[in-house]
Design a protein around this ligand. Structure first.
Ligand SMILES: NC(=O)c1ccc[n+]([C@@H]2O[C@H](COP(=O)([O-])OP(=O)(O)OC[C@H]3O[C@@H](n4cnc5c(N)ncnc54)[C@H](OP(=O)(O)O)[C@@H]3O)[C@@H](O)[C@H]2O)c1
Length: 270
C-alpha cells in the first residue's frame, strides 16, 4: 500500500484541528498530513496538543483568500507526491454579530467563497482515483434558507463556477451598499456564503470524475460559533464533529459526489 497524503486548511484550531487529530489516528508512519494555516506558529503549537503522532504532520503557510499561496502549496505537493488522497477545505473567516455586515462581508466572502473556488480549481486535478475533496459548508447552505427570487443565481444546471463567483461579488456589493434587504438577501451573511459554497461543489462535482462533496459538521463548540448561539450544551467538540467527516473517506465516490452530507446523510438542496 502506498503512503497516504492529505491537506486540511484552517488546521490550527477549531474543527480543522479536530480533523487533523481524527485523521492522524487512521494514518501511519510514512503518511503525510499537511496542515494549511495562515499562522505557521499557531500550526506548530497545535501539533503539540496531539498526544500520539502517527503520520508526518507538516505545517504549510496558506492564506486561502490569496490564490498564490494555494498554488504554491499545490506545486509543492505535486512535486513530492503522485497525487493527494484527501483535501479538506475547512478554513473560514469569522464574523461577529456585533459588527455591521458591510464591514465584514468582503473578507468573509473572499476567504470562504473565493477560497473554496481556488481550492476546487487547483486541487481537484491532484486528487487520486479513490481520493476525496471535501468542502466544509453547513446545513444553512441549502436553497430553502433563501428567498425564492434569488434561487436562479445558484442554479447548478446553468451556472459555472465563475458565475457563482460573480454572484458572490454582486452580493458583497449589495451588502456594502446596504441594499441586501431590498434584494431579498437574508440578514446573516453566513447563509448566502454557505449556499455559494454548496452550489460550487455541486457544479464542480458534475464536471469531474473525482469525489467532491460538501459536509455540514452540525453545531461545533468553537470560538467561531459561540457568539451566535446562547446554548452550546448540545454542541459537539471539534474532535467529535471531525469523526463524522473523517469516516466518510471510506465511502465510494458515487455515494457522495456533489452532495451535502451531515452525519452520514444527504441534506436537501431545495
Ligand atoms: N463551529 C460550528 O458550529 C460550525 C457549524 C457549521 C459549519 N462550520 C464550518 O466549519 C468550518 C470550521 O469552523 P470553526 O468553527 O472550526 O472555525 P474557527 O474556529 O474560526 O477556525 C477557522 C480556521 O480557519 C482559519 N482561517 C481563517 N481565515 C483563513 C485564511 N484566510 N487562510 C487560512 N486559514 C484561515 C483560522 O485560522 P486562524 O487561527 O489564523 O484564525 C482557523 O484555523 C468553517 O467552514 C465553518 O463555516 C462550523
Amino acid at each position: 500500500m502506498s503512503n497516504k497524503v492529505a491537506l486540511i486548511t484552517g488546521a490550527n484550531q477549531g474543527l480543522g484541528l479536530g480533523l487533523v487529530k481524527k485523521l492522524n489516528e487512521r494514518y501511519d508512519k510514512g503518511d503525510v498530513i499537511y496542515l494549511g494555516v495562515r499562522r505557521p506558529e499557531a500550526g506548530k503549537e497545535a501539533i503539540k496538543t496531539i498526544e500520539k503522532v502517527n503520520a508526518h504532520l507538516e505545517v504549510v503557510y496558506m492564506d486561502v483568500s490569496n490564490e498564490e499561496t494555494i498554488v504554491a502549496i499545490k506545486n509543492t505537493i505535486q512535486e513530492k507526491h503522485d497525487g493527494i488522497d484527501l483535501v479538506i477545505s475547512n478554513a473560514a473567516a469569522r464574523i461577529s454579530p456585533d459588527t455591521p455586515n458591510k464591514e465584514q462581508v468582503e473578507n468573509f466572502i473572499q476567504t470562504n467563497n473565493m477560497g473554496t473556488y481556488y481550492m476546487l480549481k487547483h486541487f481537484q486535478p491532484l486528487i487520486t482515483t479513490n481520493g476525496k475533496l471535501i468542502v466544509v459548508a453547513s446545513a444553512f447552505g441549502s436553497l430553502m434558507h433563501l428567498n425564492s427570487n434569488l434561487h436562479n443565481l445558484f442554479d447548478i444546471g446553468t451556472n459555472s463556477l465563475e458565475d457563482i463567483n460573480a454572484t458572490m461579488q454582486n452580493y458583497v456589493g449589495d451588502v456594502k451598499a446596504e441594499r441586501e434587504d431590498e434584494k431579498g438577501w437574508p440578514e446573516w451573511i453566513n447563509i448566502p456564503s454557505k449556499i455559494g459554497q454548496v452550489a460550487m461543489v455541486k457544479i464542480a462535482a458534475k464536471e469531474s470524475n473525482k469525489s467532491i462533496f460538501s459536509v455540514c459538521p452540525g453545531l461545533v463548540d468553537t470560538d467561531a460559533s459561540r457568539p451566535f448561539f446562547d446554548n452550546m450544551h448540545e454542541a459537539q467538540s471539534p474532535y467529535e464533529a471531525a469523526g463524522h467527516i473523517i469516516e466518510l473517506i471510506d465511502k465510494p465516490t458515487a455515494e457522495l459526489s456533489g452532495k451535502l452530507i451531515q452525519f452520514g446523510k444527504e441534506l436537501p438542496w431545495n
